[in-house]
Design a protein around this ligand. Structure first.
Ligand SMILES: Nc1nc2c(c(=O)[nH]1)N[C@H]1C(S)=C(S)[C@@H](COP(=O)(O)O)O[C@H]1N2
Ligand SMILES: [Mo]
Length: 253
């Protein structure tokens, strides 16, 4: 069975869940006032609307004139390792993005290849838990495209992003499930605001997973690994900050 069918089945599961929720709301739904409260009401109800829309719903996209004049950097701004410095010096000419783990055809993709495959561009808002947001434009291939090229195996449940920056003994990493991995706005961005991704923002590629908070957007991605379980990665909580500071693994907003 193909991964897409599996994913469709997952989506169907979500839809059924939302359907059940709607059925439960039938009595409320009959009252015009209650329906208005539910669907056009205050912020409190936006969460419910999201749930009803399902996790495939798109994050809001913005117009070019809404882009932030300044998009700050946060966390690591340069991995600073010898290997990274060497790649930077040669414009990432010999750098390859590894796609491996539970895939049929492990890949080693050049930056040029990433730039010439089918692309998606989106202007979105980045929200950091430290209390700042910025709107920027991101471009790159969809993660789904890379996973399909590699042939994700049935046993795969999560996608792990291994980054170049080290913090003491551990490297930054993040992970997402397959719903987010195949979400249309989930891309590996090599361009930001119409220019090649600057080092501070994660060159040569960084993850954009637009329904999630900032720390999920792994910068300096060197390797994309498909796994069945997150237990053996890092301290097992699915990400650098999840391991270290109890940040939520699912940071959907
Ligand atoms: N590899 C790596 N990715 C990372 C981080 C990091 O320190 N290292 N910081 C995260 C956090 S907390 C945020 S808010 C964003 C910041 O992205 P920016 O520097 O492009 O603004 O990157 C995320 N991805
Ligand atoms: Mo952040």
């Amino acid at each position: 069975m193909s991964r897409l069918i599996t994913r469709r089945a997952m989506t169907a599961g979500l839809v059924t869940g939302a359907g059940a929720l709607l059925a439960g709301c039938d009595a409320i739904g009959r009252s015009e006032t209650a329906r208005n409260l539910l669907f056009t009401g205050a912020d409190l109800h936006r969460g419910l609307q999201r749930t009803l829309q399902g996790r495939d719903a798109l994050a809001p996209e913005y117009r070019p004139d809404q882009m932030s004049p300044r998009f700050r950097t946060n966390g690591a701004t340069n991995p600073g390792t010898e290997a990274y410095r060497a790649h930077l010096a040669t414009g990432f000419r010999d750098w390859r993005l590894k796609v491996d783990g539970l895939v049929r055809r492990p890949l080693a993709i050049s930056l040029r290849q990433l730039q010439t495959m089918p692309q998606r561009a989106q202007i979105t808002r980045h929200d950091c838990v430290e209390g700042w947001s910025a709107i920027g434009k991101w471009q790159g291939p969809r993660l789904a495209h890379l996973l399909d090229l590699a042939g994700l195996r049935e046993e795969a449940n999560y996608i792990v992003f291994h980054c170049a920056d080290r913090h003491g003994a551990s490297a930054y990493y993040e992970s997402i499930d397959l719903v987010d991995a195949y979400h249309p706005q989930t891309i590996l961005a090599w361009a930001m605001n119409r220019r090649q991704l600057p080092v501070g923002h994660g060159a040569p590629v960084r993850l954009r997973v637009e329904r999630q908070l900032g720390y999920k957007h792994a910068k300096f991605v060197m390797r994309v690994e498909a796994v069945a379980s997150l237990d053996a990665i890092g301290a097992g909580k699915g990400g650098f900050w999840e391991d270290r500071a109890d940040y939520a693994w699912y940071a959907g907003i």
